[in-house]
Design a protein around this ligand. Structure first.
Ligand SMILES: Nc1nc2c(c(=O)[nH]1)N[C@H]1C(S)=C(S)[C@@H](COP(=O)(O)O)O[C@H]1N2
Ligand SMILES: [Mo]
Length: 518
């Protein structure tokens, strides 16, 4: 049966359906981008591609003419363009099923291309656009189905009655979804905007130099072997573990930390005050208690910060206290032994810098704790805002009631990074890292198959609080082999061989890898 040509009224309503569905897509893609990665916002990606394509003169014109409003204005223009195409998508869908998704798909493809310009191979950056376009298509399909049921032009006899249920159904659905879509777009934009503002604040921040220049990291700390973890882990490669569904976005100008609880005097410090203190830079390897034997939830960085013992000294902890419950802006808590924080021989820091930069947002901007020798869950609170001096009897950190040990000293561990898989016969570099934070690594040994344990060569280190690279020149003979590693700490303690899972207080066992030699 031939469908009659849509009337003007029907076309107008179909265009409205397209706009509502498109708006929902834009809004959801921004909300998803806030959860996944801000770089995944298709709207922002299209905007920045346009900025890069525009002749410089025109960009300057935009800046002169619109001032700081230039970006929002550009985004509104892009959004209007997208919505105009979506309106056509609605009309196309009314003419024939699938016409809408086809046009939406083209719009989304342009968005994805622009996202790829900014994010390259980061697959998760594509998720927001895909989520947005799929849900927009679903909504378009549902609204146009209702519109067809209504068919205002074919209502007989006379003008359609206001009580026509299919008419009311369509109008109510369109109004409700229009409101939802507008709310999603506005909140998505606000959230993304706030995240971008704080990213800008972070980028424009210049951290002070340490009060006393730290000893340089010895050149021999990094053996520079291909695929061996670098001595200092680049911030972008640093493992990330937290319970935050979305990264807390904290304005450093509004941030402060308070020391409360069993103290003579409550103390509070703003970010500006914190930066004005004599800061220390210290290289410390952070490790997650969930790290499996051979796992990569471990990373080494130079942390710039204010010694927590100095901050606590101002507050004067009362006798009887034995724990500091640190709390993050998003409600995470960690219980750290007070002793570890007061110890003048341990550089427990309220850190603001990581490898020469302000902390990345996902690593705790503007401030976090770093305590050498303790697993992250009992010490490394990111986005920290409160230190409550208390007792282990009275309080417990986030993970303790969930079955993890209240105290979490890092266990001695070692890992093989290279080789993996297949190698040619001859001399092969076997290399990896070993850590025993705050004690230091004394020796690393390698075993080939069931052979004897033989000493590996140790690289230099900035100190006992970091991992140490090691290497062993293996005379590899053809066949399948198994390489194992074990470490001894600087006090002569041998790594525990018995295999244990991460819960409740850290995995043990020796790491080994299979290698085929040709
Ligand atoms: N606010 C907050 N801080 C946190 C956590 C968290 O969930 N929330 N996780 C902790 C854990 S378990 C670890 S191992 C370290 C990881 O720090 P990173 O993500 O910078 O590597 O952060 C710690 N600090
Ligand atoms: Mo962790």
């Amino acid at each position: 049966m031939l469908r009659p040509m849509p009337t003007r009224t029907q076309n107008t309503w179909a265009a409205v359906c397209g706009v509502v569905a498109g708006l929902l897509g834009i809004g959801l893609s921004d909300l998803a981008a806030r959860l996944v990665t801000p770089a995944g916002s298709p709207l922002a990606a299209v905007g920045s591609v346009i900025i890069n394509l525009l002749p410089a003169g025109m960009v300057n014109f935009g800046k002169d003419f619109l001032g700081h409003a230039d970006k929002p204005v550009l985004l509104v223009v892009v959004a209007l363009g997208v919505l105009a195409l979506c309106a056509l998508g609605g009309i196309a869908e009314l003419r024939s099923r699938g016409g809408g998704p086809a046009l939406f798909g083209v719009v989304a493809a342009v968005g994805l291309i622009c996202v790829s310009v900014g994010s390259g191979t980061d697959v998760k950056a594509y998720v927001p656009t895909v989520v947005g376009v799929l849900l927009a298509c679903v909504l378009l399909n549902s609204l146009v189905t209702r519109l067809r049921r209504w068919q205002p032009a074919r209502v007989l006899p006379g003008p359609d009655a206001p009580s026509d249920p299919s008419r009311r159904g369509f109008l109510v659905a369109t109004a409700v979804w229009g409101t939802v879509a507008a709310a999603a777009t506005v909140s998505g934009r606000l959230l993304i905007g706030a995240a971008n503002r704080i990213s800008d604040a972070r980028r424009n921040l210049t951290l002070p130099a340490p009060a006393t220049p730290p000893p340089p990291v010895p050149a021999g700390a990094d053996l520079r072997i291909a695929d061996l973890s670098p001595y200092l882990t680049p911030n972008d490669d640093f493992y990330r573990i937290d319970t935050a569904l979305q990264v807390p976005v904290i304005d450093p100008a509004a941030w402060s930390i308070r020391v409360t609880g069993m103290v003579e005097e409550e103390v509070s410090m703003t970010f500006e005050e914190l930066l004005a203190q004599p800061l220390v830079e210290h290289v410390t390897t952070l490790t997650c208690v969930s790290n499996e034997v051979g796992g990569n939830l471990v990373g080494n960085a130079a942390w710039l910060g204010y010694p927590i013992r100095e901050l606590l000294a101002r507050a004067k902890p009362q006798p009887g206290a034995d724990m500091v419950l640190s709390r993050s802006e998003d409600g995470f808590t960690a219980g750290t032994p007070l002793e570890a924080l007061l110890d003048p021989a341990r550089q427990s820091l309220l850190a603001v810098g990581m490898n020469g930069e302000p902390l990345p947002l996902e690593h705790g901007f503007p401030a976090r704790m770093v305590v050498p020798g303790l697993y992250g869950y009992v010490s490394a609170t990111k986005w920290v805002v409160n230190l409550k001096v208390t007792t282990f009897a009275e309080d417990s950190g986030y993970w303790t009631p969930l079955g993890w040990s209240a105290k979490g000293p890092i266990k001695l561990a070692s890992r093989i990074d290279v080789p993996g898989g297949r190698v040619d016969a001859g001399t092969v570099a076997v290399a990896g890292v070993a850590w025993a934070q705050h004690t230091g690594i004394g020796a690393v040994e390698v075993q080939v198959d069931d052979g004897p344990w033989v000493r590996a060569e140790l690289a230099d280190t900035a100190g006992p609080d970091t991992w140490r690279q090691w290497r062993y020149a293996w005379d590899a003979t053809p066949g399948d082999h198994r390489l194992s590693v074990r470490a001894t700490d600087a006090k002569g303690q041998l790594q525990v061989a018995a295999e244990a899972p991460p819960a409740p207080d850290g995995a043990t066992g020796y790491h080994s890898v299979s290698v085929t030699v040709r």
